[in-house]
Design a protein. Sequence first.
Length: 363
Amino acid sequence: MKQENISSNRFVPLVQRFEAACTQLRSDHCNAQRDQKLVHWVLPKDLCVPNALLGKSLAELIKTPFDNFIRIRGFGGRKIETLVQLLERAVQHDRPPRGLGVLPPAVKNGGAPGRPLPFDPDQVSEAVWKQWKATIREYEFEGEPLGRFAQSLQELPKVAWAQSLGFYLSRSLAEIRDLRAHGEKRVHAILGVFHTLHDCLKRFPHDCHLNIRLEPRLIGAVEHWCQAAILNPLAIDHHEILRGLATPLMKQLEIDASPDVLSLVLGRLGIEQSPRTVRGQARELGVTRARVYQMLDEASRIMQVRWRAGDKLLRILPTHLQQNEANQEAVSFALRMRDLFYPEKTLAPAPRQNIQEVSPCVL
């Protein structure tokens, strides 16, 4: 078969783009990219990927004349075009691709924070993933549980709620996708957590004298309320404990748990009704009491992941509230919440299932 020539009209635009990308990659501001392999810039949605070149560094590729790629057996126009796209993506690596939550100009210039762009997991390459991992390490979030920062725990399997972020820091995207039980939905949820953390943490200078603490918004409000209530327990009555403690926690459960779990919790706490027994709730749902206890245990696990300080605060709060002898109703309610969300028998975290690894895929 006659080899196509670089002068072919179909390749002229690609030649121009290739040369422009190579010129930029040779410049000083691209020193870090040149040592990376081409595979670092591949996205899940990319088609006609030039697999034969993925293991080569950009430094090798930009030294290769364009017509040499045309002569590679099995390299058609589509693979050549994908190669050029990957080189262009490497040039722009300091600018997150569309859909990765670019910081608004107001934030970069010290203004009020804005909302990031919608997150698209298909835009995450190995290079972007490497940046996110570096941010987690820089701010020492390795020991934090994955579930604490998820938008909703319903997006993650229960076994992953308490999994530390550090578990994923030593792995590439390809290795994570090859882990047991890590399907597309789970990987997307994990990437969403890392994206959110990276986006939030990079808004603040690392050398600032102030510390950064990230937590669910509703949980932060509850914690502040508890601290104020402990300092001034005489001002707390049943109505106030419902407003400042119970309501935001129920809103958090509405985000993280099923409607049945939320309904059981409301019944057990006696919110807008008298406290219900497990036997009565089991009869209403048509399930066994053991099943009701399982669902209530799910609510407890949610709180232990979302609100780590809740165990301590809900043990201190009733003691302080008892200073107001006329408000035993608030004390009883606080005790019910403590016993439901942080029971003595589950103070020690349940052992997590081991996530077994398999060999990483070979690209």
